[in-house]
Design a protein. Structure first.
Length: 110
């Protein structure tokens, strides 16, 4: 038995294993990027979607959000806004928000 014959099955197994692992990694990241998971407030998702000009957005897209104006939009939960690290202006008047913790790390806010 030559070395080539020994390593050929091993190579196929490694390629198969890498493919399977790739599927699991892709599914994990795709799941983590579902807006509903990291931004549970549907009203906030709608406003962010409008401001970004896209239907679906990721946590990385939140970095493109320079300001957010959401007056009287029935927003109650700000979870997810912590990903808007470049947010410089925010107007949430007329909403029923009780927890401002997601804004704590937004150092660009004026």
């Amino acid at each position: 038995m030559t070395m080539k014959e020994i390593y050929r099955p091993s190579l196929w197994f490694q390629l198969f294993l890498a493919s399977v692992m790739g599927i699991f990694v892709y599914n994990t990241f795709a799941y983590a990027e579902n807006e509903e998971d990291w931004m549970p407030d549907s009203a906030l998702r709608e406003v962010v979607s409008e401001q970004l000009g896209v239907e679906n957005f990721t946590q990385a897209d939140m970095l493109r959000l320079p300001n957010l104006i959401a007056i009287g939009r029935n927003i109650v939960n700000l979870k997810g806004l912590e990903h808007a690290k470049n947010l410089g202006f925010l107007d949430l008047g007329g909403n029923q928000i009780s927890d401002l913790h997601p804004l704590a790390g937004l150092t660009s806010l004026e």
